[in-house]
Design a protein around this ligand. Sequence first.
Ligand code: IPE
Ligand code: IPE
Ligand code: MG
Length: 242
Amino acid sequence: MIPISPLPQHVAIVMDGNGRWAQRQGKPRSEGHRAGSEALRRAVEAILERGIPYLTVYAFSSENWSRPTVEVKQLLDLFMKALTKDIRELDEHGVQVCFIGDREAFNRPLRDGMRRAERRTAGNNKLRLNVAVNYGGRADLTRAARQLATKVKQGELHPDQIDQVLFGRELFMSDIPEPDLLIRTGGEKRLSNFLLWQLAYTELHFSDVLWPDFSAEHVTAALKDFASRERRFGGLGQVQNA
Ligand code: IPE
Ligand code: IPE
Ligand code: MG
C-alpha cells in the first residue's frame, strides 16, 4: 500500500447510485442496494487499512421515506440483516458502530438491533463508523435549536450564551472531529441534506462511479485527491507571508 499524506481523520460518504447500477443491468433496484452493502464492507476495510479513525456513511435520508413502500421495506430489511450479520464482523475488526438520525421512526426490532449493535461495539477503538439512518441535516439543526430553546425556557441557559460551540454540541457527532473529506458517488453534485453544519469546511470529492462499483482503488483515488488540496479555512494558507 502506497502511503498517502496528509490523510483525512474523518471521511463522510454519500453512497449514491445503487438504483441506477441495478437498472443498467436489468435488475430490480433492491439488487443494487444489496450490492451497495457489499461496497460498504469494502470501503470500511479500505478505511481501516489506512488507519483513518472516523467514517460516516449516509444510508437512509429523512427524505428517502418518499420512495415506493416496497423499496423502503427492502432497504429496512437489508438494514436489519446487516445489524445481525455484519455487526459480528465489524466487532471482530475493532469497529465501533454508532447510528445518527431519528430512530424513533423505526419499528421496535430495528431500534433494538441498533441499540444492541452500539452496545456490543462500544469498547472498540480502531474505527468509529457512524451510520446515518433517517438522517436529515435540517432535522439535526432543528433538533439542536429545540433543545437549546428548552434549556432557555427552563432557565438553564441565557440566549446570549448560545454561540457556535454550544450550538454544535447539540448536534449528532459533536464528540468527534468534523469530516475532512466528503465523497459522493453516483455522479450527482449535491449534499441531499447530509451534515449541513458539519461540512462547512470539508473537502468535497465527487465520483461518477455508482456506489456498488466503488472499490478500494476508488477510495485511494479520493484520498489522493484530498492530499492534493490546500485547506485555508478562510485564511491565506501557503501564500500567508507573500
Ligand atoms: C443510494 O442509492 C441508496 C439510498 C438512497 C438508500 P439510490 O437508491 O439513491 O440509487 P440511485 O441514485 O437511484 O441510482
Ligand atoms: C442521498 O441520496 C441519500 C443517501 C445516499 C442515503 P438520494 O438518492 O436520496 O439523493 P437525491 O434524491 O438524488 O438528492
Ligand atoms: Mg440516489
